[in-house]
Design a protein around this ligand. Sequence first.
Ligand code: ATP
Ligand code: MG
Length: 395
Amino acid sequence: MALNAIRSLAQRRARVGSPAVDQPPRLGEADRLEVPAQPVVQDRLKSDVLPYFPRLIVQGAVILLADCTDVRKKAGPGLRESFMKKIVTAGEILVEIMATQVGQTFLTPGPLIGPFPSGAPAIFIDQAGRLGQPAGIISSVGADDFGVLNIRRLEASGVDVSAIAVHEGAATGSAFVRYNRDGGRNFVFNIRDSACGLIELDAAARSLLASADHFHVMGSSLFSERVIAVVKAGIDAVKARGGTVSFDPNIRREILSAPGMREALNFVLERADVFLPSGDELFLFTKARSEAEAAAEILARGVRAAVVKKGAAGAVCYDASGAVHSPAFAVEEVDPTGAGDCFGAAFVSFWLRGDETERALRLANACGALAVTKKGPMAGTASLAEAEAFLESRT
Ligand code: ATP
Ligand code: MG
């Protein structure tokens, strides 16, 4: 159905205030919500709902017009698929194996714990799936336990795993991490020469991209020409369909020197709608010295929301309407790995749902905080109910 026809159907229904006019939305009885028309709701439809939920309009304008938040809670999985934007990412799936003691090195034998499912784009997409966002990942694992462990985990979180290729004869990627006394981390990565190095735009990846509304890029995924090509194709495919792109530079100095990475980082930034740097990553792309000036430079390049993550100090979102600061929640930090990925997935999910910046930031801070309270990069990813319960407990 053409957008104009959908819009006029939705508006007519809103005016009449009954789903009985025209044909009723094709939804299960349990998903039905009949509400009176409200001018304020019509305004919201015109300004910010239609661009975000075009697919729901096709199936159930009346319900969408009622209240997006309410719909989300009541919607069954079928309906959810039909109105929420699908996020797709591409990149490394790894297992993570951690030193258990702060200050431990890998120069002598020491206690380790793992394997845990991991990989920055995998953590991101796991968190998006846990929040109920349609989500999928293009990746590659070996035909081994590490691969199975990851696929099972993502599937359990509702992530579309159809574009994770399983390669006989290749080993799933891995990261060994140790924690320094100054709070820093060091990694030993096996990514480029693992199954991750075989990521490609095969038929399954193309098919997943054909269903995507949003593409997320982790800078850490730009580790080889091959993955860079997949990421570029993903961005182009989603942009060609009028979708959006988010970008977390997630720079790991261990892989910053990969050939083509710098050029690829710039390629992605030029096309990003949401930019999610942490620490000094903001200044990698600007001449400015202050955070506000750097954010302004980034916005001038076409980014719509620049969200600076600040660990235990929370986050700031810069957009056309100014800066919104949101403090972090005080929690006991058990394992910081994955906080940025969980934060980013939550912010992007709620941004795509058209939520206010304040709410998107608060939920993202909640997901970041919950992530650091558990050992294991995906162990702390929160469901929507868990994130909202956490927020309620803190207000
Ligand atoms: P990553 O190590 O996953 O790449 P990052 O550097 O991208 O992390 P951070 O700024 O460390 O991102 O963390 C992201 C968000 O997680 C923060 O903005 C904050 O909301 C939350 N967070 C991180 N650390 C803490 C903490 N110690 N206490 C509370 N919240 C935290
Ligand atoms: Mg990060």
